[in-house]
Design a binder for this molecule. Structure first.
Ligand SMILES: *Cc1c(COP(=O)(O)O)cnc(C)c1O
Length: 501
């Protein structure tokens, strides 16, 4: 590789931290020395250097622009990160969220001055109830995991209300669950008990049946199931699972983060679900790479509805909208509390409603169908080369294990690193844990066939290379990125969070 004088590689520019740039003589602001007495600061006047870089305005702009370009994103390229639903976010939604009446609304405004915003929250809530068939929805949770917390706290409130809480200390979580499920239950004080996955990647029904038989289920508060599950498979026994739970007095939590696979096709209420969170930022299109923003409205059955947290938006008989914020305002309910300071992730609500209305009933149904079709296209094209873990069709994501790499020294990690050189964000690796060296690929419905073909071709090419004399290229990938193999364990265990010269 050519070494350059600057350290830059073509137009990929080495970017030092902002504290490592600039000279103290420069400043992007141009104000004259103060000629006033500073004693009004009560002796807190700074007496040393401010310690900020002296940079001109264009230097600052370039620094942050370059940093932003180092962030791979869905608008830059294919992003098949399984379980994350990284799909294209239509610009129309962004335009709606930026309308001044939405973007500038303040959560402390009076109801009378925010009727449009309240109507939007109400209308979105109605849409989510319509799409799931559920009785109610708590809109305030700020992400998927926060929605899970809301759901499990609602379940706990119901058990407390019926006097059963002390007996029901266990939450059942299948092995193929998303990691946030057991974490949520643990945070609510429950003991976690694993439910086995069968050789078809689904909940072992016989095992569950036995666990709940007779009065053996009397200590179970709930089961948390992801469907489609993290193996990308539909839990076909889901109705049976819900019946078993209800018979033993437990609630059925559905992790609805993978709703994108079933929107417009499955009415969640028909499955016997008591509570489910929806990741608006995944299914209903908000940019969510890099940790935010999210929104996790949580739909509830009739039975759990009254324990839902505050606040919620009510439509009054004169057609106006009211934000109900206090338990005294809704005596027929028993809200367990609040999930967050204000009323929910309003900007994400705007995007989600804009998406739902612009897609329409038919469009949403086609989107989930296309998401499943795209995943099955990848599955069908790759399964002669990579080993597909389970028989039959998948839902919105295709899961492979690493058995096709046997005898090569090449691992799932090396395949992912090789994808970087080829300009693809890697798939989700080593998750779910139920298969060895997992590669979980979620293309979503917004990718064109050309993109899928290019990815499929690349995956085959890397595998061929892994099995040839050029194996070292795979083992040493990436060769073309500014930073190569990182010590990821060290980065996770000893993160350096503070800059020191
Ligand atoms: C993404 C995801 C979550 C968590 O959602 P966040 O918004 O990231 O908190 C939970 N469960 C599943 C199955 C997911 O894919």
């Amino acid at each position: 590789m050519v070494e350059t004088f600057t350290g830059n590689k073509g137009l990929q520019i080495e970017e030092p931290l902002i504290f490592e740039q600039g000279s103290k003589d420069l400043s992007a602001v141009d104000i004259s020395e103060l000629d006033i007495e500073l004693d009004c600061l009560g002796g807190l006047t700074r007496d040393g250097e401010i310690g900020l870089s002296g940079l001109s305005e264009p230097q600052v702009i370039r620094h942050y622009t370059r940093l932003s370009q180092k962030n791979y994103n869905i608008d830059a390229g294919f992003y098949p990160l399984g379980s994350c639903t990284m799909k294209y976010n239509p610009r129309l939604n962004e335009k709606m969220a930026r309308l001044a009446g939405f973007a500038d609304v303040h959560p402390c405004q009076s109801d009378a001055s925010a009727q449009g915003a309240l109507e939007l929250v109400y209308t979105l809530a109605q849409s989510l109830k319509e799409l799931t068939g559920m009785a109610d929805v708590a809109m305030s949770p700020a992400a998927g995991a926060h929605g899970e917390l809301c759901g499990v706290m609602t379940i706990k409130a119901a058990h407390v209300d019926s006097g059963e809480d002390a007996n029901r200390s266990i939450v059942l979580v299948p092995e193929s669950a998303h990691g946030t499920n057991p974490a949520t239950a643990a945070l609510c004080g429950y003991k976690i008990e694993n439910i086995k996955t069968n050789d078809q990647g689904r909940v072992d029904l016989a095992y569950l049946q036995d666990r709940l038989s007779g009065d053996k289920g009397a200590d179970v508060a709930a089961l948390m199931l992801t469907n489609p599950n993290t193996c990308g498979l539909f839990e076909r026994d889901i109705v049976k699972i819900s019946e078993l739970l209800h018979k033993s007095g437990a609630y059925f939590y559905l992790d609805g983060a993978n709703f994108n696979a079933v929107v417009g096709r499955v009415r969640i209420a028909d499955l016997g679900v008591d509570v489910m969170h929806i990741n608006l930022h995944k299914t209903f299109s908000t940019p969510h790479g890099g940790g935010g923003p999210g929104s996790g409205p949580t739909v509830l059955s009739e039975k759990l509805s009254k324990y839902a947290p505050l606040p919620f938006v009510e439509k009054l008989s004169d057609g106006s909208f009211k934000l109900v914020e206090h338990a005294e305002e809704c005596p027929s309910r028993k809200p367990f509390g609040r999930m967050k300071g204000f009323n929910g992730q309003f900007g994400v609500f705007v995007r989600a409603l804009s998406y739902i209305l612009s897609m329409g009933k038919d469009g949403l149904k086609q989107a989930s169908g296309d998401a499943v079709l795209n995943a099955n296209y990848i599955m069908s094209q790759l399964k002669g080369d990579y080993h597909a873990c389970f028989e039959g069709y998948c839902m919105h994501e295709a899961l492979f294990d690493d058995s096709s790499l046997k005898g090569t020294d090449v691992t799932t990690l090396d395949i992912a690193k090789s994808l970087l050189d080829e300009g693809f964000h890697p798939m989700t690796m080593y998750f779910p844990l139920v298969v060895h060296g997992a590669m979980l690929i979620e293309p979503t419905e917004t990718e064109a066939k050309d993109t899928l073909d290019s990815f499929i071709g690349t995956m085959k090419h890397i595998l061929t290379k892994a099995k040839s004399d050029a194996k070292d290229e795979v083992l040493n990938a990436p060769a073309l990125t500014p930073v190569k193999r990182l010590d990821e364990t060290k980065a996770a265990r000893n993160p350096v969070l503070r800059y020191e010269k």
